[in-house]
Structure formats: structure tokens, C-alpha cells
Design a protein around this ligand. Structure first.
Ligand SMILES: NC(=O)c1ccc[n+]([C@@H]2O[C@H](COP(=O)([O-])OP(=O)(O)OC[C@H]3O[C@@H](n4cnc5c(N)ncnc54)[C@H](O)[C@@H]3O)[C@@H](O)[C@H]2O)c1
Length: 324
């Protein structure tokens, strides 16, 4: 019988594409989302949907008592770095306390398999010699978003020790691109590729480039962009590792191992749209590291992750359908 996966954050960017691909791969899915940043219309008619937050313990108990869940994919979370600096407690509440509710209710129902959306933001500002980043590099977050995710990773390790939780935390680098039917639509949008596409589509939108004096080839910051479909397939490999008791690490970095500067992304979008995109150079934002690139050797070796969409033009073209 197929495994049943509880997808939290199923109405969000990554959670909705994960739901789509899980269904294609023959899994049963139960969707949970409080619609705080997600969209009801990206949910699937055939998938049972619980419109609730991970803070609602009674609702969580109802979900686990009504459904036989094998694995939980926890995408739900708050993910805006500047907002986290202004309102840190919101981030500790959603990304730590509410996620812990979920673990406690899972423990109550003896569900032991958990996959967590972590982030490269836990690394803070790495030293140049630490790039590409291995999982063993010391995590030193510099904002409440990264800190809340790192704290939860630490909690997972204690649940493993005390409750026999079997988990995989994937530290995503910069997720981009879209599936055929679902794409990125954050509001407010803070991610570079959708913002550059927005500038390509709207003459009146002023694109800002933060910092032109980073120690990089063109002075702008470099990030490792990973296609959302490759990322979702890494989750499927993680589900298989957990359900087949395959030997695995608990933490994996996930990116392509090379990066694009802000100006290179602008050039790539210009090539796709065949137009020139004006931009304004602004002051560097505090806490924006010059370079973030993943070493994903471990997930490739342990889980046999083989990315197929390592192509910036594809990421831009697929994403652009969903951006106005
Ligand atoms: N997009 C990226 O580049 C990226 C990079 C690193 C990590 N992540 C992590 O991946 C996860 C998904 O990111 P995304 O880009 O899809 O974000 P998103 O905002 O599109 O999706 C998050 C979803 O979770 C829901 N949600 C938020 N808080 C909730 C709660 N307490 N209870 C129930 N539902 C809740 C929202 O309504 C939304 O539908 C997040 O945890 C984020 O931190 C994303």
C-alpha cells in the first residue's frame, strides 16, 4: 500500500509543488495549511485539506486520529528574513514552538518519520574558505529566521535521542523555478529571480541591487539556485530512506554547488525576455553574505540524489509563467 504523507504548508510555493509530485509518484497526501502566506487555489481537489495552523494542537490530534500518516513533510513556516528581524517572536513561535507541537502530537500517535525544511540561512556569513558549504561548517545564524530553523534542527536531534524520531533536515539554498502547474508567488516577494522577472514584465517596477562592492567577480552577491522540482525529488528520496530504514544522515545541504551573481541573474532574465532591465544599485543589506554555495556531495552519495534541472534558463522560464 502507498505511504500517506502529511504535507504542512501545502498551499505554499514548495509545499504545493511537493503535493503535485507526490501525487504523480503514487503517494497519498493529506494537506495542512493556515493560509497565512499560501493560496487555497493551489490545493488539489482530491487531497483532504485541513485549514489549520500547526499551533492548533486539538486540530493536529484530529488529523492524526482520522488519518494513518506514515511520514510528515514540514514545509509550513515563516520565511521572510527582514520580518524576522522586526518581529523575532513570530519566527520563534511559528518555526520553533508550532513545529514542536507537531512533533509532540506525532509522538502521541507514535509517528516517527519527519522531514524538515531547513535553510542555508543557518550558516550566517561563512568564511570564504568554507565555500562550498558542507554540513559540518559551524552554523552561526545572524537573523531570527535562521536561528529559529537552527534551534528546531537541534530539537529534532533531542527527539531522535529521547523519542526515537527518524528525521531528515534538508538545508535548502535558493529555491527557484516552477512545475508545469504551480509556481512561486510570495507576497511580499523577496526572492531575486521573481523580482527580476517582475521588472522584466513591468516597466514601472524599480529593481534594486543591494551592494556592488562584494568581493565577487562583479561585486554583487552570489547564490546557489536550486530548481524546486529537483528539491522535491530530494524529499522523495528522503521519504524512501525513512520508510525503507535506509542508512542516512540527519542533515543534508541541497543546492547545485555553483552560484550566480545578482548581475548574472539579471543578464539571464534579459536573455530570456530579450529586453534590457534597468536596476538601481543600493546599499548592501546588513547580514547579506557575499557568497552562499552548497556542497551537496553527501545527499548525492547517501540518497543517490541526481538533479535534472540544473539550468538557470529553465528556472527563469518556468517561474515566469506565475509572476505578473
Ligand atoms: N523558498 C526558498 O527559497 C526557501 C529556502 C530555504 C528554506 N525554505 C523553507 O521552505 C519552507 C517553504 O517555503 P516556501 O517558499 O514554500 O514558503 P511559502 O510561504 O510559500 O509556504 C509556506 C506555507 O506554510 C503556511 N504556513 C505558515 N505558517 C503556518 C503554520 N503555523 N501552520 C500552518 N501553515 C502555515 C503558509 O500559509 C504557506 O502556505 C519554509 O519553511 C521555508 O523556511 C524556503
Amino acid at each position: 500500500m502507498s505511504n500517506t504523507i502529511l504535507v504542512t504548508g501545502a498551499a505554499g510555493y514548495i509545499g504545493s509543488i511537493a503535493t503535485e509530485i507526490l501525487l504523480q509518484e503514487g503517494y497519498n497526501v493529506i494537506a495542512l495549511d493556515d493560509l497565512s502566506t499560501g493560496y487555497k487555489e493551489v490545493l488539489f481537489d482530491l487531497v483532504p485539506f485541513y485549514n489549520t495552523s500547526c499551533g492548533n494542537i486539538d486540530e493536529l490530534k484530529t488529523i492524526f486520529s482520522k488519518n494513518k500518516i506514515d511520514v510528515v513533510l514540514h514545509f509550513a513556516g515563516a520565511a521572510l528574513v527582514p520580518e524576522s528581524v522586526k518581529n523575532p517572536f513570530k519566527y520563534f513561535n511559528i518555526n520553533f514552538c508550532q513545529a514542536q507541537n507537531l512533533l509532540d502530537v506525532m509522538t502521541l500517535f507514535n509517528i516517527k518519520k519527519f522531514i524538515f525544511s531547513s535553510t542555508c540561512a543557518i550558516y550566517g556569513i561563512p568564511k570564504p574558505e568554507e565555500i562550498p558549504l558542507r554540513e559540518s561548517v559551524q552554523a552561526k545564524p545572524i537573523n531570527p529566521y535562521g536561528e529559529s530553523k537552527l534551534l528546531f534542527e537541534k530539537a529534532l536531534e533531542w527527539y531522535k535521542k529521547s523519542e526515537n524520531l527518524d528525521y531528515i533536515a534538508l538545508r535548502y539554498f535558493n529555491v527557484a523555478g516552477a512545475s508545469k502547474n504551480r509556481g512561486e508567488r510570495h507576497n511580499p516577494e523577496t526572492h531575486l529571480i521573481p523580482l527580476v522577472i517582475k521588472a522584466a514584465k513591468n516597466k514601472n517596477y524599480e529593481l534594486k541591487v543591494y551592494g556592488k562592492d562584494y568581493p565577487t567577480k562583479d561585486g554583487t552577491a552570489i547564490r546557489d539556485y536550486i530548481h524546486v522540482v529537483d528539491l522535491v525529488y530530494a524529499h522523495i528520496l528522503a521519504i524512501k530512506a525513512l520508510t525503507n530504514n535506509k542508512k542516512h544522515e540527519n542533515i543534508y545541504n541541497i543546492g547545485y554547488g555553483h552560484g550566480y551573481s545578482v548581475l548574472e541573474i539579471i543578464n539571464s532574465v534579459e536573455e530570456v525576455f530579450k529586453i534590457k532591465i534597468p536596476y538601481k544599485i543600493c546599499e548592501k543589506r546588513p547580514g547579506d553574505p557575499p557568497v552562499l554555495i552548497a556542497d551537496s556531495g553527501k545527499i548525492k552519495e547517501d540518497l543517490n540524489w541526481k538533479p535534472k534541472f540544473n539550468d538557470i534558463t529553465e528556472m527563469i522560464t518556468s517561474a515566469s509563467k506565475f509572476i505578473e
